[in-house]
Design a protein around this ligand. Sequence first.
Ligand code: HEM
Length: 229
Amino acid sequence: MQLTSSSIGRKILMAITGQAMVLFVVVHLLGNSSIFGWLNGGINAYAEHLHSLPLPIIIGVRLILLAIVCVHIWFGIQLTIENRGGRPQQYAVKSTQKATFASENMIWTGSLLAIFIVYHLLQFTFQVINPETAALKNLVPLHSEMVPNVQGMVVAAFKNFFVSFIYVGAMVTLFLHLSHGIQSFFQTMGWSNDKSQPLIIRLGTLVALGLFLGYVTIPLTIFAGILKG
Ligand code: HEM
């Protein structure tokens, strides 16, 4: 099979931006897990720590994240159109791997995640969905200063059945996307072969499952009344 250098380049850019997002999702989960109290002051202290970073760093990281998401979506759409146009899969290394539900539906799980991220940013970053519970408008004391009540905002959101339901659904989608995406990264980079591929698939699925369980624990424990504001 003849692969053009531009299609390999696009696939590699997709793989690298995808893994950068996996890294973000891992760090974001570690930060969010402070809601369970392992950090003195909980998620309010964590959010305050992030927001006290110099403004150019905050804006710079957000712009890099935005660029990564845009590149990933742009090349994802292009590759899907190419593949559906009858061209074979553009992996740097040929694989005998079977198609799965997750691998066949990457464009749909990716699109659902993009919609979820817009909703999520409107809810917790821009705080416009339920303005009455917005953290920025409800300050609480922390180490002798007043800070936004992120804990109160997140707890108020997940007490609502529909919000928790949307998040659990989004996390199932994230699991499906990553269970294929992580192993696909190794394949695209040419770092897997027919012998190591089954192990890489299992490890990728395990990481995706760990992220799924970590994230769903937050809405589920709040909705069940175990974690309170
Ligand atoms: C239970 C699940 C989640 C909770 C409780 C949660 C919580 C939050 C909160 C509180 C913020 C605002 C941070 C701040 O500005 O202080 C935020 C921002 C964000 N979240 Fe999540 N999140 C969850 C899942 C996710 C997932 C699965 C993704 C990605 C697929 C994600 C992507 C983002 C992004 C991109 C931001 C903006 C980061 C920034 O402000 O620079 N979140 N999240």
